[in-house]
Design a protein around this ligand. Structure first.
Ligand code: GLP
Length: 242
């Protein structure tokens, strides 16, 4: 695990965009793992800038989303697939159908996990997985006590997560879906390079537990200690407890 401490999210975005640029230059048909949440946004912004100004191309790349709510209609602004469309896909040159989320498969949610794992496998696995981290150390929707070996599966969202995310649904927890599909921690471990970002003091404890704590399902992001190639990029606030 390598830890890079930066001064600002913009500096982090430059470093992480360099990782994408180097991968896509070597392997234009790379498989990318995309995350939602506010944390990856500066990276997506920088990738869009490089596409427009420097010709960085995603035309041959494919991508898989980390997670998705269950039960939101296609086109709902809070669907993670829609988030990725708005924040990255429509601004660059991915081909149609190059991006797949766990909620995009034509199977019932109970079967989506296995089908999604199969789709990732058929694509050859994820080359570069970008990740945010929850204040409780969660990765994707793998909350504390998730199995470190877990695979993509249907999960029930905890009241705390639904409450945290209610702000995106007009403050009404009743509008927040009760279930989600999420890649497992074992799925994330299979990516060839995982880059986890954390910004702000609110993430400091989770970052410390992920990097320096014992490997434990109590802090799901600590699973990255087992990853063969993990890069942690944090600002000084998020690194303040290291
Ligand atoms: C959600 C997502 C996670 C994300 C986390 C942190 O729970 N499922 O993938 O890492 O939020 O969000 P943010 O980056 O906005 O702090």
């Amino acid at each position: 695990m390598e830890v890079v401490v930066v001064e600002s999210p913009d500096e982090a975005a430059g470093i992480v965009a360099d990782i994408y640029t180097s991968l896509l230059t070597r392997r234009p048909d790379a498989v990318l793992g995309l995350a939602t949440g506010s944390t990856p946004l500066p990276v997506y912004k920088e990738l869009i800038r490089r596409h427009r100004e420097e010709g960085l191309s995603f035309a041959r790349a494919r991508a898989f989303l980390l997670d998705e709510y269950v039960g939101l209609p296609v086109g709902h602004p809070e669907r993670y697939r829609e988030f990725i469309r708005n924040e990255l896909e429509q601004h660059v040159d991915f081909t149609a159908d190059a991006i797949l989320g766990p909620g995009d498969l034509d199977v019932p949610p109970t079967e989506a996990g296995g089908a999604y794992e199969e789709a990732i496998g058929q694509a050859g696995g994820v080359d570069l997985q970008i990740l945010g981290i929850g204040t409780d150390g969660h990765l994707a929707f793998n909350m504390p006590m998730s199995s470190l070996a877990s695979r993509t599966r249907l999960k029930t969202l905890t009241p705390r997560t639904r409450q945290d995310n209610a702000r995106f649904f007009g403050g009404d927890i009743g509008q927040v879906p009760t279930q989600c599909l999420t890649q497992g921690l074992g799925t994330i471990l299979d990516s060839r390079h995982a880059v986890m970002l954390g910004f702000g003091r609110g993430k400091a404890q989770a970052v410390r537990e992920a990097v320096e704590g014992p490997l434990s399902s109590r802090w799901p992001a600590s699973v990255l200690q087992m990853h063969p190639h993990a890069t942690i990029v944090v600002d000084e606030d998020a690194a303040s407890q290291l």
